[in-house]
Design a protein around this ligand. Structure first.
Ligand code: HEM
Ligand code: HEM
Length: 221
């Protein structure tokens, strides 16, 4: 193995929950797409509820998780982004101030997509999201329309995301994918190391997220 360049050391960047969350959603998106296209709503709805649980977990983990997963650690104002672009920002472990924009955009779009799906229904009324009965048929139709349209935006954001990862790999010669797999990568010496969250916080966040998904899905009815 080649040694990291001077001024760089191998450090932990992403904790296991963030990595598992990432690869789970990356697998679920094509599945949700396929099941929607093939009108396999018997599979789309449970997969959508799994996505709901994952997104809720990530939002909670963004509040109480390890330092690099927390929103306060990477959501920065425009000045920090400008300093980063000018190469004058302090070194960071985790999402860069610019990358954070795409992370926030993707998480928001995913949360909205899941929220709309809960109220969506198919044309013949055979399958519907578990909360569709709370709104009128017309409202559910409109929300289904938005559910369909927002997916196109989601695809654009994912396309940009993959392009950015490729750009870093080819132009900047920095592999961001490996740390998302193993959790560790190169960090600049001056950067703060990742501070892991205690396991009990994971279990509480995961229980709340799974419980909410099961409850909305009607498992306790
Ligand atoms: C449907 C597909 C995908 C979606 C929706 C998605 C979404 C996301 C999100 C939300 C994050 C932020 C992680 C967090 O803090 O929770 C992220 C990070 C990341 N994703 Fe993806 N992703 C997808 C596919 C991929 C694929 C296929 C790759 C690799 C080829 C990839 C590589 C990465 C990397 C390297 C990061 C960390 C970026 C950084 O260092 O700041 N993603 N992705
Ligand atoms: C990120 C998560 C999701 C993605 C990417 C997604 C994607 C899609 C897409 C592309 C369609 C096709 C719309 C059309 O062409 O008519 C669709 C339809 C649908 N989705 Fe989702 N969905 C997600 C989450 C959910 C959730 C959580 C539920 C409910 C639990 C849900 C329920 C439905 C229903 C009932 C339809 C049927 C609409 C129809 O047949 O016209 N989806 N979804």
């Amino acid at each position: 193995m080649t040694a990291p360049p001077q001024g760089h050391a191998r450090v932990r960047i992403w904790d296991a929950p963030t990595r598992i969350f990432h690869w789970a959603i990356a697998l679920l998106i094509p599945f949700l797409w396929w099941t929607a296209e093939e009108e396999r709503l018997d599979l789309h709805i449970p997969a959508g509820l799994t996505m709901f649980g994952l997104i809720l977990f990530r939002l909670l983990w963004g509040l109480v998780g390890s330092s690099t997963a927390r929103f306060v650690s990477f959501v920065k104002g425009p000045w920090t982004v400008a300093r980063y672009l000018a190469g004058r920002a302090s070194p960071v472990i985790g999402h860069s101030p610019l990358g954070a924009f795409s992370v926030v955009a993707m998480l928001s779009a995913l949360a909205a997509q899941v929220g709309l799906g809960l109220f969506a229904s198919d044309e013949d009324g055979l399958f519907s999201g578990p909360l569709a009965h709370l709104v009128s048929y017309e409202t559910s139709e409109t929300l289904t329309d938005w559910h369909d349209r927002l997916f196109d935006l989601l695809l654009i954001l994912i396309g940009l995301h993959l392009a950015a990862v490729l750009f870093y790999l080819i132009v900047r010669r920095r592999n961001l994918v490996l740390p998302m797999v193993t959790g560790a990568g190169e960090g600049e010496d001056a950067a703060m190391p990742m501070r892991p969250a205690p396991a009990w916080r994971f279990w509480i966040a995961a229980t709340i997220a799974a419980g909410a998904a099961l409850w909305i899905g009607g498992a306790f009815a």
